[in-house]
Unconditional design. Structure first.
Length: 235
């Protein structure tokens, strides 16, 4: 019996739930990845052949392992946002949503939407950083800017400069926050970032917080609102 059928053919999901939860709590991302990958592969087997063919074409059009990255990101996004008793079902639902998204848009549209998600990732990382001065979150924002194209990066620098100025006016009692924003803008704008720089900065982020890197690679901005929900307005 497939893993998929074992999971959804019974109400007892506890062993897999516990295994993934334990691995994530211990920051054992290799084990969490292995467990999630098995689940993801079973999900892929349920897709109609014509859908899978179209999806796999994206790997050659956009980037190697594009589909796997999108599905893995969707898995963990669904996992994070669900109650313990519904994590696997919600992960499957998020993967289905991601598949529908990929099938309903052409590659240029996909890239445009993912670029917008990177903007969201950057803005939320900046917000957490300015509120907490957390160095890993600063690195996440910095890395998002490094991987962006030059036009998007200029927009990010402009955003930082604008909110730093607003902060100086609206919150003069905390000038250190505006200083942090100006410093980040300066570092991002310091030079044109190469592919080698992207690799180096991603390696730094992987060491500092691997889940932030996964979210960045998957263009998933929800990680910050999940971890720091108290810093964001409730919907």
């Amino acid at each position: 019996m497939s893993l998929w059928k074992r999971i959804f053919g019974t109400q007892d999901n506890t062993p897999i739930d516990v295994a993934i939860t334990t691995a994530l709590a211990a920051q054992d991302y290799e084990k969490a990845d292995l467990l999630a990958s098995q689940f993801m592969l079973e999900f892929v087997k349920t897709l109609p052949g014509e859908q899978l063919f179209i999806l796999k074409q994206l790997d050659s059009i956009i980037a190697p392992r594009f589909l796997a990255t999108r599905l893995m990101t969707a898995f963990f996004r669904g996992w994070r946002s669900a109650q313990a008793s519904a994590r696997l079902a919600n992960a499957a639902s998020e993967m289905r949503v991601e598949v529908d998204f990929l099938l309903s848009h052409k590659p240029p549209e996909i890239l445009s939407i993912l670029s917008h998600r990177i903007n969201e990732y950057f803005c939320d990382a900046v917000w957490v950083f300015v509120k907490t001065s957390d160095p890993s979150t600063r690195l996440a924002a910095f890395c998002a800017a490094v991987v962006a194209d030059s036009e998007q990066r200029r927009s990010m620098v402009g955003y930082l400069t604008a909110i730093a100025s607003d902060w100086q006016v609206l919150a003069p009692a905390t000038p250190e926050a505006a200083t942090r924003l100006h410093d980040l803008a300066r570092d991002i704008a310091s030079h044109d970032w190469s592919l080698e720089d992207v690799v180096d900065q991603k390696a730094r982020l992987r060491t500092a917080d691997r889940e932030y890197l996964y979210a960045l690679d998957g263009s998933d901005p929800t990680i910050f609102r999940h971890r720091f929900s108290e810093l964001f307005p409730k919907d």
